[in-house]
Ligand binder design. Structure first.
Ligand code: NDP
Length: 257
């Protein structure tokens, strides 16, 4: 039996609560263990996969699932606010799944466990955001001129620019063949250790404001929990590793945390 209509809306609501619970649970877990990837990578978490194909495959569902759902969507997905918001989500994942892996230089291999978790997350969230925007989110006429939409859209855009710029800075820290770590400088790294994570968090809170759906808010909160924890681990790691690490740099939210 196919679930649809109010039953599916209830399912999407439950999945949203689930996403927040996953994010909060991860944040608690990450206080005690390091996410096994990059500088913390370990063979204990399964065989190691090369970084490029791992990133491509794990992120691809967040691109393909919403495209498929939008293609089958009816009236709702044809409305302009829905098209634009779905477009924002898809643009992000074109960059993350297709462009980002091609640009990786000497990235560490990804343990199978980390790959599998990311893949599951992308299927889950691709369905959640894709289905919500292509079938259920309804906006009043004039939504595209509403301050909520405009502020949220700008937040999404600026967040994505900060994320891409910060990833670019990190990538260029190494000369060809190098695999070690250096102190990132410039851009938002002057303010926070996790500048790429700050960009991504801003991006999804902006998206949530523009969407005004429980699904998008759940995604933003989950991102805050997961990337906030990663930023904290990186920050502590930098402080231990580099004596001359800038002491005024915050963890992930400029001037605040
Ligand atoms: P990291 O900052 O850990 O690493 C990004 C890349 O930069 C890696 O190739 C890493 O190499 C390299 N790097 C990082 N720090 C240094 C340094 N100090 N010196 C030299 N090289 C460095 O980011 P993540 O891998 O965690 O994330 C990558 C992107 O994916 C980010 O933009 C993030 O926002 C996004 N992301 C989003 C998630 C979400 O929930 N929405 C979840 C996870 C990631 P190496 O691999 O060797 O460590």
């Amino acid at each position: 039996r196919r679930v649809s209509g109010p039953e599916e809306q209830r399912l999407l609501e439950l999945l949203s609560y689930g996403l927040v619970a996953v994010g909060a649970g991860s944040a608690v877990l990450l206080r005690f263990i390091h996410m096994p990837y990059g500088r913390y990578s370990s063979r204990r978490f399964g065989c190691l996969l090369p970084a490029r194909p791992a990133w491509l495959l794990q992120e691809l569902p967040s691109l393909l699932v919403p495209i498929g759902l939008a293609a089958c969507g009816g009236e709702v997905s044809a409305a302009w606010p829905n098209r634009i918001l779905l477009g924002c989500f898809i643009v992000h994942y074109v960059q993350r799944a297709l462009i980002f892996p091609l640009l990786i230089r000497e990235g560490k291999p990804t343990p199978f466990f980390t790959f599998a978790l990311a893949l599951l997350f992308c299927v889950y969230n691709g369905y959640l955001q894709g289905r919500s925007l292509s079938n259920y989110a309804k906006y009043p006429s004039g939504w595209l001129k509403d301050p909520c939409f405009i502020t949220g859209f700008m937040g999404w855009l600026i967040g994505m620019a900060v994320n891409i710029h910060s990833d670019h800075i990190l990538r260029n820290l190494r000369k060809p063949g190098e695999t070690g770590y250096k102190i990132p400088r410039g851009g938002m790294f002057e303010y926070v250790s996790g500048a790429n994570f700050f960009g991504e968090i801003l991006e999804w809170f902006g998206f949530a404001l523009a969407c005004c759906t429980i699904e998008s808010l759940a995604f933003a909160l989950c991102t805050l929990f997961i990337l906030g924890s990663r930023a904290k681990q990186h920050h502590q790691w930098y402080l231990e590793k580099f004596e001359d690490y800038p002491k005024n740099r915050k963890i992930v939210i400029p001037f605040v945390y």
